[in-house]
Structure formats: structure tokens, C-alpha cells
Design a protein around this ligand. Structure first.
Ligand code: CAA
Length: 257
């Protein structure tokens, strides 16, 4: 891996992926996205990992898809390269994904953060979909996920003006889970990850899948999906352990089975 750094054992059960093109503000070129896809695939299969954090650096989470790589392309080139198909794989990651965002999260950077399940932001974070300023529009989920997260009026404004919002505004609008001073954002993401990593990974996987289903289907089907996944948790040892620990008034030790 050249353009990302991966530590599967960053903390107990927590993997950390750092986007690592600092000079280009972590612009997401094809190689970086391939590496990210492969890293997530491996971590998703790694039994020692329960939660994955994706981060950049203080100045930039990611300033978008790589404009220099795209500039000379034709529509047919774009269709053939189909760069956003990589993103479908990221969306299919089964383990909880947390984006720890400081600085620029623009265009594809904002979209990558939104592809994660939760966002922890620093006060200096800047979220935006500025594609309109370079004559294009969001292409990796921005018009869909931003609209679902913050509502039509504000999403429309951000997509049509390219204006940025800061961490506090992003939290007020429901785009991010937590906003903290810049020196704390990774630590805060780790605390959130540790809390989730202490739960049953089987239940976390099924619960994540069920919450995501809320965006993909109508209520009746979503409720049915949730119910089946709930029943499925009873196939796990973690369910027995969790319920017995409650009754015996002790802390549960989840094994992911
Ligand atoms: N692609 C390629 N290179 C980028 C980049 C990007 N998205 N964003 C920044 N860079 C490069 C700059 O070209 C510059 O490189 P050089 O030093 O070689 O000139 C370097 O990173 C530092 O950037 P700046 O000098 O511009 O830094 P700044 O502090 O003055 O400005 C910024 C920061 C406001 C983020 C500005 O860089 C910027 O506007 N970047 C582009 C943001 C953008 O339009 N993103 C959307 C891309 S399209 C997309 O993402 C499509 C999609 O839906 C997936």
C-alpha cells in the first residue's frame, strides 16, 4: 500500500486506515481508491478487527476525487474506467466504519466520509460538494447521501453553490455524530470505536445492515428485514453470553460467534 497506511491492530479490535497523499490534500485518485477497497476487504475478513476508522490528517480528510487525473477524460473514458464502482465495495463493508475528519472533506472526500457509518469531526472540518465550481457535479453519492443526511434545502444549497460548512454546522444538521477540538478528533473516534468494539460483532454487523436498509427500502420491508436479523442474532453465542451476563449482573465478553 503506497497511498494509504493500514494498521489492523491500532487499538484492541480497532483498525486504522490513514489516507496518505498529504501534498495533494489526500485527493482520491484511482490507485488510492483501489488500495482502500483492498484494505477494507482484508480488514472485513480479519477476525481481530471489529471496527474500522478511516482518517486523513489535520489539514485534509480528502479534497475530492483527483481533478488532475480526471481533467482530460471523455465521457466514454469515464464510463469505461467507471471509477465509482470501487465505492460500491466500500459500501458493502460489513464492519462498522467511522470517518475521523479534520480539515477538508470535499467532493469525493465528503462522499467518502458519508459512505462510512458515522463521522467524528474536528471543529476545523470543512464539508462541501464543490464539484459545481469545476463544471461537474457529485458522482459518488453526494446528491443522495447528503440529501438524506441534512434534507433537501441545505443539500441543494451546498450542491448548487459549492459552499462549505464547518464541523459545528455539520453536527447541527445531523451530518456528523460528534465535533471536538482538532487535537481530539482521532481520540474521540477511537472512543466511539472502542464502545462499539466491546459489543457483539455479530449483532453489530446485523444491526448495521438493518439501519442501512432503512435508506434502501420501504418501511414494511425494512421492518421485516430488521425482524429476521433480530431473530438471527439468536444463532450466536454472543446472544447467549449477552443475555446471561445481564441476568448474572456481570459484564458480557463477546467473542464474535
Ligand atoms: N485533485 C487533485 N489535486 C488536488 C485536489 C483535487 N481534488 N485538491 C487539492 N489538490 C492539490 C492542489 O492542486 C495542490 O497541488 P499543487 O501543490 O501541485 O498545486 C495541492 O493539492 C494543495 O492544494 P491548494 O494549493 O489548492 O491548497 P489551498 O489550501 O489553497 O486550497 C482547497 C485547498 C480549497 C481544498 C483546494 O485545493 C480545492 O479547491 N481543491 C479541490 C476541491 C474540489 O473541487 N473537490 C471536488 C473534486 S471532484 C469530485 O470529487 C467528484 C466526485 O464526486 C467524486
Amino acid at each position: 500500500m503506497e497511498l494509504i497506511k493500514v494498521n489492523p491492530a491500532h487499538k484492541k479490535y480497532i483498525a486504522l486506515i490513514e489516507l496518505n497523499r498529504p501534498k495533494e490534500l489526500n485527493a482520491l485518485n484511482l490507485q488510492l481508491m483501489q488500495e482502500l477497497k483492498e484494505a477494507l476487504r482484508q480488514l472485513d475478513e480479519d477476525e481481530t478487527v471489529r471496527v474500522i476508522i478511516i482518517t486523513g490528517n489535520e489539514r485534509a480528510f480528502a479534497a475530492g476525487a483527483d481533478i488532475k487525473q480526471m481533467a482530460g477524460k471523455t465521457a466514454i473514458d469515464m464510463l469505461n474506467i467507471d471509477q465509482f464502482s470501487t465505492w460500491d465495495q466500500i459500501r458493502k463493508t460489513k464492519k462498522p466504519l467511522i470517518a475521523a475528519v479534520s480539515g477538508f472533506a470535499l467532493g469525493g472526500g465528503c462522499e467518502l466520509a458519508m459512505t462510512c457509518d458515522m463521522i467524528v469531526a474536528s471543529e476545523t472540518a470543512k464539508f462541501g460538494q464543490p464539484e459545481i465550481k469545476i463544471g461537474v457535479m457529485p458522482g459518488a453519492g453526494g446528491t443522495q447521501r447528503l440529501t438524506r443526511a441534512i434534507g433537501k434545502a441545505r443539500a441543494m444549497e451546498m450542491v448548487l453553490t459549492g459552499d462549505f460548512i464547518d464541523g459545528h454546522e455539520a453536527q447541527r444538521l445531523g451530518l456528523v455524530n460528534r465535533v471536538v477540538p482538532v487535537e481530539m478528533y482521532l481520540h474521540e473516534a477511537e472512543s466511539l470505536a472502542a464502545k462499539i468494539a466491546a459489543m457483539s460483532p455479530v449483532a453489530a454487523k446485523l444491526a448495521k445492515e438493518s439501519v442501512n436498509r432503512a435508506f434502501e427500502t420501504h418501511l414494511d420491508e425494512g421492518l421485516n428485514f430488521e425482524r429476521k436479523n433480530f431473530y438471527l442474532t439468536f444463532a450466536s453465542e454472543d446472544q447467549t453470553e449477552g443475555m446471561n451476563a445481564f441476568i448474572e449482573k456481570r459484564k458480557a465478553e463477546f467473542k464474535g460467534r
